[in-house]
Design a protein around this ligand. Structure first.
Ligand SMILES: [Zn+2]
Length: 116
């Protein structure tokens, strides 16, 4: 960690936010909205942090995953999501009433090397 020059003028540093996200999500799965409230940042900022959180987590042998979530209109289940942000609408019924995904951080124990 010798490259800490990534701090913007946003009060709390990017690195700090990402570390906190990882710590929080290791404890309890949360939605982007909950994270934004706990961290005091905007929800859309949470989504922007997620790819970096994934990387920081990987560096610690951890893995950020979106838990399965579903469409509130038809019950369609989003299981395998490669993208971490929230889908705008359901691919099945085209409703916009899609549940917010919860994110969690797990130990990627048996170290699958570069499994993507
Ligand atoms: Zn649906």
């Amino acid at each position: 960690m010798a490259r800490g020059a990534e701090t913007d003028d946003v009060g709390i540093g990017m690195e700090t936010v990402r570390k906190k996200m990882i710590d929080l999500l290791m404890e309890i799965p949360m939605t982007a909205r909950q994270l934004s409230q706990v961290l005091g940042i905007r929800e859309r900022d949470v989504y922007e942090h997620l790819p970096f959180v994934t990387r920081s987590a990987a560096a610690r042998g951890l893995k950020l995953v979106a838990l399965p979530f579903s469409c509130m209109a038809c019950g369609y289940q989003f299981r395998e999501r490669k993208r971490l942000d929230r889908p705008g609408r359901c691919p099945s019924c085209k409703s916009g009433h899609v549940e917010e995904p919860r994110y969690t951080v797990r130990r990627s124990s048996n170290g699958e090397p570069g499994h993507r």
